[in-house]
Design a protein around this ligand. Structure first.
Ligand code: AMP
Length: 215
């Protein structure tokens, strides 16, 4: 299965991507996570310097995002993409990449949520400063408050979300660059809209119901 998860920042694409990845035995590829991993190396290479751009809330270039995604899926027969593609230009590059390999996407899930529910979801999100594991204060808290269950390091807000101004920029970029992708994939008969208001398992079940129609 070659799947894409679309939706505004904070809707839960990472959570659903991890579940789908496990269930389908395919990698979940998040360009955001790849960028954060690059930043965490602390190197001063051009790629790391460009990756640091995301700390202000800005997108990296389409070329860079394409490179990261293609490196990650080049040898994979299936995948779940989260946070990529984020623009029509990236979607076109992905189509061309897959076509060259004689493959294509199976489905694109658009996770929909009200602005109110999204604000609550983003405000409660915490991430481990060391290993990147994600938590939510209300829905998926860590065992010990403020500490990662996996490595014991401190939990923080995501750097690119730690100020309301950055959240706003991320949201504006989503509306301007990523929302047009819905029409792009709708025209290709790939888009499946999922009500993402509920708990993670409820949303996951809805994705699975939609997915079973494909198998
Ligand atoms: P995410 O974890 O998907 O929310 O991504 C975190 C940040 O990385 C985003 O706010 C963007 O600044 C950047 N980023 C992630 N994926 C892409 C992409 N496909 N194109 C451009 N920028 C990206």
């Amino acid at each position: 299965m070659r799947l894409i998860l679309l939706g505004p920042p904070g809707v839960g694409k990472g959570t659903q991507g991890a579940r789908l990845s496990q269930a389908l035995s395919v990698p979940s590829v998040s360009t955001g996570a790849l960028l954060r991993a690059l930043i965490a190396t602390g190197n001063e290479t051009p790629r790391v310097l460009e990756a640091r751009q995301i700390l202000s809330g800005a997108f990296v270039s389409d070329t860079f995002a394409n490179q990261l995604a293609f490196e990650a899926i080049r040898t994979q027969r299936g995948f779940v993409l989260d946070g990529y593609p984020r623009s029509v230009s990236q979607a076109e590059a992905l189509d061309a990449f897959l076509l060259e390999r004689g493959t294509a996407l199976d489905a694109v899930f658009l996770l929909r949520i009200s602005d109110l529910a999204l604000a609550a979801r983003v405000a409660g999100r915490r991430v481990c400063s060391e290993c990147g594991a994600t938590y939510h204060l209300a829905i998926a808290p860590s065992c010990q408050e403020g500490r990662c269950d996996l490595c014991g390091a401190g939990l923080t807000l995501r750097p690119e979300e730690d100020q309301p101004g950055k959240r706003l920029l991320r949201r504006q970029l989503y509306e301007a660059q990523t929302v047009p992708l819905c029409a792009f994939y709708q025209e290709r008969g790939l888009l499946r809209e999922i009500d993402a208001e509920g708990l993670p398992e409820v949303v996951y079940n809805k994705i699975c119901e939609s997915l079973f129609g494909l198998i």
